[in-house]
Design a protein around this ligand. Sequence first.
Ligand code: SAH
Length: 253
Amino acid sequence: MTDAVRVPAWRARVLTLFPEMFPGPLGHSLAGRALERGDWRLEVMDIRSFALDKHRSVDDTPFGGGPGMVMRPDVVDAALAAAMQPDADMASVGAVSAGPAIYFSPRGRVLDQALVKELVREPGCVMLCGRYEGLDERVIEARGLMEVSLGDFVLSGGEVAALALMDAVVRLIPGVMGAAETLDEESFERGLLEYPHYTRPAVWRGRPVPEVLLSGHHEKINAWRRRQAEDVTRLRRPDLWAAYEKRAEKDKA
Ligand code: SAH
């Protein structure tokens, strides 16, 4: 009975040439326990199993010359076609696809908490991990892939980016983290970086913890933490700070 009304768990579908890299770190700790409980699902597909020739080739040399190899559009497209299909569970709640289809690429939108929150609201997502020089441009266009970057550096493959994205999404799934308050306070949640943390001992190598934290005065502690969060954001991330101030002004108006 309960199964019939249960919303299917958020599911990650990963297309990769290295399926043995998964779940990797996500098989441990909070994400790993949540995976065992079925709070999210991970389906890994080997791109090579969609190869069309007897050599099972997935890449070829670039038109126009140059170094490296390029992933073939026909093989990748066949893999995507399979991965983007919703399964019976998802279709039962009206899902017409397995969620957004992402291609990890240094040219993509840089992954941030706003995107992570968008993705956790989807039934799941399909993630294509590039290797070699990357993917033939035509399959990106034809499938309307959302390009997502982990940052302004070059990885050797999209697998680490997929792991990072899934880690960030999974901890927002209800029940995965312990207390919901932990999430509200975190970096980026209010557009600010987080305040500093302290634990015992109260004095360590001659460094006492800030006195206000020992006061038991919750209002003062909250005000102090807010101030610290603002200071660290202003100093380290002028970009976030400018956006935060703009929002604060709008809220006042
Ligand atoms: N020739 C490409 C780099 C290819 S790296 C370029 O210069 O842009 C091989 C694969 O690693 C890419 O196809 C992509 O899937 C992944 N990758 C590399 N850097 C990444 C990044 N910053 N974010 C997300 N994925 C990345």
